[in-house]
Design a binder for this molecule. Structure first.
Ligand code: PLP
Length: 386
């Protein structure tokens, strides 16, 4: 391996835009750049791309086009979902159930709501990051208006059993939202089979462009007016639609879903090889669910390396782009709440590493990581025990 090449293994942070997405986007910049709200045919051509993309994106997750709302990404979708339920259902109650391992898009939104008088119960996951239906059932109260539990965790790769959890909310007549930002395009996601009322997703996690996402809502009147203005997105999210990115999202999603069986098998093989080799390093531990985890996601903690930032810098020096567990902060702070929630003590939680793969990664790259990682760890251990 020529170390001047870059090995990108931080695909949970973001992914390369696929050829299919790029090809769908380019004509929207160069030819069909009309405003979809304009009534002349040039505008209506853009409108057709917008609505065809809505149909295609909906189909990819088992939804009707009327249930798809385009947003600026995962963070906005999550904020909008939670705020909407609060606005629409606050006459029923002001209690929300979520989990300790949610992304900050959820947790910070809930923190804001607590300041406004809402009550929040955060469920504690088991050591693998799983929440049980019994736990959820016990947490739901008469005044609970929303349950928001993520489908796949960004830090530890655990895939949560959303179908079992949504069965509880259906029985208890509470709305269920899932942050599926890390799941869509990586594992099968069908909103009907999952039984969710709302779902958030983001294109840049599945080889689409950044700054575009979807809020799925099964119930038409739930998405409350969020951005006021010209009345786009059925009057609830104004602003001229980002047609190029919407077309890119739909193309990337369609391709990811089509290739899912083959990409899941390929990534699982690469991931399992990486996990097996890494766990041969003394003092290395896998975090997250060993079975129910994202196909391309491997996450670890290592004894005695000082801090994950040292390891990430060492890997960077030899051309490997990995992270401590979250895209949202340069330090490992954002991943620590998840690691602590699954019972990892603070001194170890700062020593995390996340390697997240895409179909573009090769066996040769994994072999290179397998060869270099033990060397990096042992160099850091020598330095930090001196
Ligand atoms: N939710 C999860 C689980 C994520 O991993 C992320 C991004 O890393 C987000 C939400 C936010 O998505 P976006 O970057 O599109 O705002």
């Amino acid at each position: 391996m020529n170390i001047s090449e870059r090995i990108y293994v931080d695909n949970s942070a973001t992914t390369q835009v696929s050829e299919a997405a790029l090809m769908a986007m380019i004509p929207c910049f160069t030819e069909n750049y009309g405003n979809p709200s304009a009534i002349y045919s040039f505008g209506q051509e853009a409108k057709k791309i917008l609505e065809d993309s809505r149909v295609s994106a909906g189909k990819s997750i088992g939804a009707r086009s009327s249930e798809i709302y385009f947003t600026s990404g995962g963070t906005e979708s999550v904020n909008w979902a939670i705020h909407s339920v609060c606005e629409r259902r606050n006459s029923k109650g002001r209690h929300i159930v979520s989990s300790e391992i949610e992304h900050n898009a959820v947790l910070k939104t809930l923190e804001k709501l607590v300041k406004q008088g809402y009550e929040v119960t955060l469920l504690k996951p088991d050591k693998y990051g799983q929440i049980t239906p019994e736990q959820l059932d016990a947490a739901i109260r008469k005044d609970t208006i929303l349950v928001s539990v993520m489908m796949a965790n960004n830090v530890i790769g655990t895939v949560l059993r959303i179908k079992e959890l949504s069965a509880v909310t259906r029985k208890r007549r509470v709305l269920f939202h899932t942050d599926a930002v890390q799941a869509v395009g990586h594992i099968p996601v069908n909103v009907r089979e999952l039984g969710v009322d709302m779902l958030s997703m983001s294109a840049h996690k599945f080889h689409g462009p950044k700054g575009i996402g979807i809020l799925f809502s099964k119930i038409p009147h739930i998405p409350a007016p969020y951005i006021a203005g010209g009345g786009q997105e059925r009057g609830v999210r104004s602003g001229t639609e980002n047609v190029p990115c919407i077309a890119g999202l739909a193309a990337a999603l369609e391709e990811s879903v089509e290739k899912l069986p083959e990409s899941m098998a390929y990534l699982t093989k690469l991931r399992d090889n990486l996990i097996k080799q890494t766990l041969m390093i003394p003092g290395a531990y896998l975090t997250g669910d060993p079975q129910d985890r994202l196909p391309g996601h491997a996450s670890f903690i290592f004894d005695g390396i000082g801090h994950s930032a040292y390891l990430i810098n060492k890997l960077n020096d030899i051309g490997i782009c990995a992270s401590s567990g979250s895209a949202c902060s340069a330090s490992s702070k954002e991943s620590q709440h998840v690691l602590k929630a699954i019972g990892i003590r603070e001194a170890l939680a700062v020593n995390s590493l996340r390697i997240s793969l895409s179909s573009g990664n090769t066996e040769k790259e994994i072999d290179y990581i397998n060869m270099k990682l033990p060397e990096c760890i042992s160099m850091l251990r020598k330095k930090h025990t001196l």
